[in-house]
Design a protein around this ligand. Structure first.
Ligand SMILES: [Zn+2]
Ligand SMILES: [Zn+2]
Length: 414
């Protein structure tokens, strides 16, 4: 399958103009055997450096793209942080023009950052269908201990070789499935925000994301039988999600209440007392079940009583996040999006909100898919005690200043 990404750029019926940096995505078996052809088709020229970790470099089924320089990082304790990026930048020959990431999300984030830092072209070669970050412009970095999304560069070209991707351990693909099914909640949150505040929804981006999510929902189980179509569908969903974020210029279509839950757990606020080694998409999968359950529970109410907005209690915020994280949390919520929302606006939109929620699969259906795949599906599975659930639902929206139903829930009388 080829995705000629350039067609997604330009003027749109939503009234905006969408920017698209990625030219071409290829999702095929043995795609790496034709790497040179795709580089030519995408018009990418110049001296290359390919970056791997040792495991990926030695993978038997990997046809390594030709590159003048290769940098191979030790996989132990490898994170997208100031240490790994400094190592790559120090080793990088000064006349390199094209950086190729060969690997998973971490290698991609490291290389994406270095490409931005040196103003180089970036090429993506994902080796597992594990997350939707391959095609996006932002990198999830941990800088001196703080989690940070940094604006970097999108790939000119993505070469996703299904012969490599289908040999990756199933839990990596399951993580990709979790990251994508979360879009049902994210898309609902986007529509709900539109009903309440009039925030623009681009129907084109919305339907790109919805179709990609449906495609993964319908095909994911085939991965259990090693069906290449299943891997193709999940990879397609992940790449389209990245392209949709590029079009939008933000993660709005891809990240709502379910991602807030995952990000809260990743940030490890002091008073929450959690530490999870689960992958990003595994946490999103669990977050999707929790958010779906809460949204469907709220939608059972024919009417809601909404209280006036009250600002976040700063003393509570400080205690919850702890001294180190508090300044970041305070800054994020300084101009809280909820402040301009009136009780009347939520009450007036309630019928529409209930209708929007009917498009989110029920929590039991999501759980069933994840269980069938053998994927993590409970808080316990991702290393978080069940007792934390209520606090996670209440606190998770504070991780990101974005209007979601999870955030509006603060104003809804329980
Ligand atoms: Zn548009
Ligand atoms: Zn995600």
């Amino acid at each position: 399958m080829r995705i000629d990404a350039e067609v997604y750029g330009g003027k749109c019926a939503c009234g905006g103009e969408h920017h698209m940096a990625t030219r071409l995505c290829v999702i095929e078996e043995d795609a790496l055997a034709s790497f040179e052809t795709y580089m030519t088709q995408a018009g990418v020229r110049g001296k290359r450096c390919a970056v791997y970790d040792t495991h990926t470099y030695q993978a038997k089924n990997l046809c390594r793209p030709a590159a003048e320089q290769e940098i191979i990082l030790a996989p132990e304790g490898l994170h997208a942080n100031e240490v790994s990026t400094a190592e790559v930048l120090a080793k990088l020959e000064p006349d390199v023009e094209v950086l190729i990431a060969v690997g998973g999300g971490t290698i991609h984030d490291i290389v994406r950052y270095c490409a931005k830092n040196r103003d180089l072209l970036f090429i993506s070669v994902p080796t597992a269908a594990s997350c939707d970050g391959f095609c996006s412009t932002v990198a999830a970095m941990t800088w001196e201990g703080y989690k940070n999304t940094m604006n970097c560069v999108a790939p000119e070209l993505v070469v996703a070789d299904l012969s490599v991707i289908k040999e990756a351990p199933l839990y990596l693909t399951n993580s990709g499935v979790g990251d994508i099914i979360g879009k049902y909640v994210a898309l609902a949150d986007w529509r709900i925000a539109h009903e309440v505040t009039g925030e623009t929804v681009c129907e084109r981006i919305y339907s790109i994301m919805k179709d990609a999510t449906d495609c993964v929902w319908e095909n994911a189980l085939g991965a259990l039988e090693g069906k290449v179509e299943a891997y193709e569908a999940v990879t397609y969903g992940l790449l389209m999600s990245g392209l949709a974020m590029q079009m939008m210029g933000s993660s709005r279509p891809a990240s709502g209440g379910e991602h807030h839950i995952s990000h809260l757990i990743e940030t490890e606020p002091v008073a929450l007392g959690v530490h999870s080694n689960a992958l990003h998409g595994e946490k999103v999968g669990v977050g999707t079940i929790l958010a779906s359950a809460e949204y469907h529970r709220l939608a059972e109410r024919k009417t809601v009583e909404v209280l006036p907005y009250s600002p976040i209690d700063q003393e509570w915020l400080r205690e919850f996040f702890g001294e180190e994280l508090y300044p970041v949390a305070k800054r994020e919520n300084a101009k809280e999006c909820l402040a301009s929302v009136t009780p009347e606006a939520i009450e007036a939109a309630w019928d529409e909100i209930r209708e929007i929620i009917t498009h989110i699969p029920a929590p039991q259906e999501i759980e069933q898919l994840l269980v069938s795949l053998g994927a993590k599906h409970t808080l316990k599975d991702i290393g978080v005690e069940d007792e934390k659930q209520a606090l996670i639902l209440d606190a998770s929206p504070l991780i990101r200043n974005r209007l979601t139903l999870m955030r509006m829930r603060r104003m809804i009388r329980r």
